[in-house]
Every structure is written in C-alpha cells, then in structure tokens.
Design a protein around this ligand. Structure first.
Ligand code: FES
Length: 105
C-alpha cells in the first residue's frame, strides 16, 4: 500500500552541506542538503544510539556519525565506512514550493 507524502520542513531550514532533524509520523528523520539535492534517512545510526543529524557531511555525499565516525551515503542510506555495516533507511524526498516532503514507503 502506498503512503502519502508528508511535509516535514522548509528547504531553507536545512543548512547547505548540513543536516536537519525532523519528525515524520513519530520517526526521527535526518534531512541532508548537498550539491546533489535534498535527501532523507532515518536519524539513528545503525551502529549505536547516535543522531546522524549531529554528524558531519564528508566527501560531499556522506554523513559521518558523531559517535564512532562511521559513514553512510546520504543519497541511499548505504553504510560506506566502518564500523557501520548495516544501512540506514532511506526515504524518497520531493520539494514543492519550498516545502520538503518525504514518503514512508
Ligand atoms: Fe554511529 Fe557507532 S554509533 S558509528
């Protein structure tokens, strides 16, 4: 069953090359703004209880976890740097009239 798009933020609220923690239907979701666009993953690192929104964008398209410096590709949630081995959930994103929507799928 497909689900509706949910408005979670204004695009301008996300800093360039930065992150924004939002709530999506009770789930913590991290938004990222990089040169490729705006992306979203679950906010909790798959390695431990760390908020990816507190991390740092590195290599242009990766989020570095603030706790043990594991990394994920923000475009698809793939774990790309140790100690992270399990992907984080990625969400489809669309931007309309300056508003950011994500879809639970
Ligand atoms: Fe994120 Fe360990 S909690 S790398």
């Amino acid at each position: 069953m497909s689900k509706d798009w949910i408005e979670v933020a204004k695009a301008d609220d996300i800093p360039d090359e930065g992150t924004l923690l939002v709530d999506c239907a009770g789930e913590p979701v991290c938004l990222y703004k990089i040169s490729d666009g705006i992306f979203a993953t679950h906010d909790t690192c798959s390695h431990g209880m760390a908020s990816l929104a507190d991390g740092f964008i590195v290599e242009g398209n990766q989020i570095e976890c603030p706790l043990h410096q594991g990394t994920f590709d923000v475009r698809n949630g793939k774990a790309v740097g140790i100690p992270c081995k399990v992907d984080v959930r990625s969400y489809p994103v669309k931007v309309e009239n300056g508003a950011v929507f994500i879809k639970e799928s």
